[in-house]
Design a protein around this ligand. Structure first.
Ligand code: ATP
Length: 328
């Protein structure tokens, strides 16, 4: 391919997501396949600043495709936000003879990569690794599919209890700024209402909807609430509000929390991460830099990182309609 790149580093940064290991494995094995040296950077940008590197060959990534989390560990690193911190990171990369890096992470990790590239013209490609599915330039991020399946499985179990005791459950799922997990898992698990940050359903409509559910003969209900829902009350306040205004309901709350980030990645996330890793290394060797690998219409595409970090992805209005119809 006639490229100057002989050694590529790979790191995971920001919040971990299931499938990151499959992504690391893919980058490492693609390098091995193309006779490029590969180095793992531990603990994201923190490890880059400290020179916490380890050479990785094809066999170093045996038996990790099925594991959640990240073998390289992840970290948030305030020092990388400073010019001095990034200078240290650059010095470490140069000392190690690294010519380019692949960062698997979210918007913040990409913002860091972009500014580093601006300062040092250092080749970088991003792979979207976050359960939130909130990155422009990719229909799916690595970890999203696993997270929604985890949530659906949990809600199926909660439903058993809800229906046995005629209860109403508020289930809080992750999603501070975006409601993709809530909407997709909510439709998949047959939730009665889905409260997402993109829409303000309003307390009155929620009460009306719950009243309708009762009238129509539903004896139990599940309401999914994204963390960042804009209704103005947290999930425990919602419980109190509904109990006060609809005493017929026996309300319980379940906050799913960090279990949503863990677990073995689904086949979808493993395949997605494997495809993205190949594309990331190939792109670097073709001389490309400052792009994020994404997927659209089942085709891998490259989006400038500067575009990818501009905004969050929009909620799928067609799915919102489906959800409205399904809760009739
Ligand atoms: P998640 O979606 O899980 O939050 P993320 O990649 O967005 O993942 P962040 O904590 O926002 O997670 O960012 C990860 C790291 O990227 C930060 O700890 C910091 O080291 C670096 N970073 C983020 N924003 C910047 C920035 N503007 N300049 C330099 N570095 C940054």
């Amino acid at each position: 391919m006639g490229s100057e790149i002989k050694k590529i580093a790979v790191l995971t940064s920001g919040g971990d997501s299931p499938g990151m290991n499959a992504g690391i494995r893919s980058v490492v094995r693609t390098c091995a396949y193309l006779n490029i040296d590969c180095v793992g950077v531990y603990r994201g940008y923190q490890g880059m600043i400290e020179g916490d590197f380890k050479p990785l060959d094809a066999r170093s990534v045996n038996n990790i495709i099925n594991k959640g989390g990240t073998i390289l560990k992840s970290a948030r690193c305030d020092e990388f936000r400073t010019k001095e911190g990034r200078k240290k990171a650059h010095d470490q990369l140069v000392t190690e003879g690294i010519d380019a890096f692949v960062v698997i992470g979210g918007n913040g990790s990409f913002a860091g990569a972009l500014i580093f590239n601006e300062e040092y013209n250092f080749p970088v490609i991003g792979m979207p690794g976050t359960i939130d599915n909130d990155i422009l330039g990719s229909t799916y991020t690595i970890g999203f599919d696993t997270a929604i399946n985890t949530v659906v499985e949990a809600i199926d179990k909660i439903r058993d209890t809800a229906s046995s005791h005629n209860r109403l459950f508020f289930v809080e799922v992750m999603g501070r700024d975006v409601g993709h997990i809530a909407l997709n898992a909510g439709v998949g698990a047959g939730a009665e209402e889905i409260l997402i940050p993109e829409q303000n359903l309003g307390l009155e409509r929620l009460l009306e909807s719950l009243k309708r559910s009762k009238k129509s003969g539903k004896s139990s209900s599940i309401v999914i609430v994204a963390e960042g829902d804009k209704i103005g009350k947290n999930v425990f306040e919602l419980k109190e509000y509904v109990e006060e205004h609809l005493p017929i309901y026996d309300v319980r709350v379940s906050v799913l929390g960090h279990m949503q980030r863990g677990g073995n990645p689904t086949c979808f996330d493993r395949v997605l991460a494997s495809r993205m890793g190949v594309k990331a290394v190939e792109s670097l060797l073709e001389g490309k830099s400052n792009y994020m690998v994404g997927i659209r219409d089942n085709q891998l595409i490259l989006t400038p990182i500067s575009e990818a970090i501009k905004a969050h992805t929009e909620i799928d209005e067609e799915l919102v309609k489906v959800s409205d119809i399904m809760t009739t």
